[in-house]
Ligand binder design. Structure first.
Ligand code: PRP
Length: 183
């Protein structure tokens, strides 16, 4: 890990190379499952920024892309109330939707977003997340494609933030507790 991050990041949980390999294999699987379909990718802002970019560059099939902005309120580590900051613009009726998020944690975000998407009558909705933390699930949400199962640690990097920082790390790292404690 670069020296710059040592005081804030305890360790690298998933390296840049492992992420790259896994994202390529997820893309292959998704391309197979959606071949010949009218695919709309709906990506959740802001955490998917890196994952989405890498995933779609390896998806060699026609697709449309749109975003939903959703954020748990505040900068703390607990999932609080959800606010929608950007609504879907594309028509998904009768289409195959791949919903992309960076992490499936309590499941509240996914549950709310699926409640919004289902009434728009897509043909089917599949969910793809880079990371899944099974330990903290409180809402009955599940993903069809999961990059990595991870332990219940505060992770940042590769799009994931703490108080909007660390999204630019090329790896997934574990944040030192002293950074987020007391927030
Ligand atoms: C994070 C993450 C997921 C969600 C997962 O979003 O990007 O969307 O929390 O948590 P849950 O399963 O407990 O709902 P956040 O609200 O931090 O916004 P961000 O994507 O802008 O970082």
């Amino acid at each position: 890990m670069p020296n710059r991050w040592r005081r804030e990041i305890a360790n690298v949980l998933i390296s840049e190379e492992r992420i790259a390999r896994r994202v390529r294999s997820l893309a292959k699987e998704i391309a197979r499952d959606f071949a010949g379909r009218d695919l709309v990718i709906v990506s959740l802002l802001n955490g998917t920024v890196m994952f989405l970019g890498d995933l779609i560059r390896h998806l060699s099939l026609p697709l449309r892309l749109d975003f939903i902005g959703v954020s748990s309120y505040g900068s703390d580590t607990k999932s609080g109330a959800l606010i929608f900051t950007k609504e879907l613009r594309l028509d998904v009726r009768g289409r195959d939707v791949l919903l992309v998020d960076d992490i499936l944690d309590t499941g509240k975000t996914l549950t709310k977003v699926l409640e919004k998407l289902r009434p728009l009558r897509p043909r089917r909705i599949k969910v793809c997340v880079l990371l899944e933390k099974k330990a903290r699930r409180t809402a009955p949400a599940r993903a069809d494609y999961v990059g990595f199962q991870i332990p219940d640690k505060f992770v940042v990097g590769y799009g994931l933030d703490f108080a909007e920082r660390y999204r630019n790390l090329p790896f997934i790292g574990v944040l030192r507790p002293e950074i987020y404690e007391g927030t």
